[in-house]
Write a protein that binds this ligand. Sequence first.
Ligand code: ATP
Length: 242
Amino acid sequence: MSVIEVQGITASYRKNQVLKDVNFTVEPGTLTAIIGPNGAGKSTLLKVLLELHPKLSGSTAFFGSSLQKMKKRIGYVPQRGSVDWDFPTNALDVVTMGLYGQIGWLRRPNRSHRERAMACLEQMGMADYANRQISQLSGGQQQRVFLARALVQEADLYFMDEPLAGVDAATEKAIMHTLKELKDRGKTVMVVHHDLQTVEDYFDHVLLLNRSVWAHGPTEEVFTQENVYRTYGGTLRWMKEA
Ligand SMILES: Nc1ncnc2c1ncn2[C@@H]1O[C@H](COP(=O)(O)OP(=O)(O)OP(=O)(O)O)[C@@H](O)[C@H]1O
């Protein structure tokens, strides 16, 4: 059974149509880069799939069922810039929040929940920062905390919006290592990604998006100069030969 099935999704902001007849299917255990030019609708696609932004038409299924029924199996790492980092909480609490789906909103996390959260912070090399206010973390550290929060959820499907944006080489390596590990454990990961030069190294599948899906499939088949040009409107210098 497919992990995600998307059919005919259309979405807009007021009169500005951003997604038009988006169709694709994602199989389990894949690590997919969603790429396309600025304003192509990549973030909007994630928000529509997660019902954070309404769709005008189309249908989605996760593990053959509805988002509501499958929510606990789905993790989301939003764009760092879209989050209020001044919210007064520390890194460990942010990660523990990833467990609320399992704990229930009205119950307090117990010691074992905190230990699980701590283990994920440790996995992301952030154990020493557990008690640090999140506003006092660097951008890359915040991103690692976000990843730890996604990990603790033990989801089967992850959506991540530019997890590598603005991080240094060490953090990029740590994040990609974590994503590959998730994939190796059979999880499905969809990542909005901007760096065309690393697509082939990092991802086994690519979804080329610019309002609609221009190509989708295994990286070696789909990530071609022609497809990338078409998706970016021909304005792009092809990186592979650079
Ligand atoms: N909250 C909003 N209100 C109005 N228009 C929006 C809003 N968010 C995005 N848009 C518009 O929708 C279009 C798609 O934006 P989106 O953020 O989904 O693109 P993206 O592919 O993620 O872009 P980028 O690579 O620049 O992050 C853009 O034209 C953008 O200006």
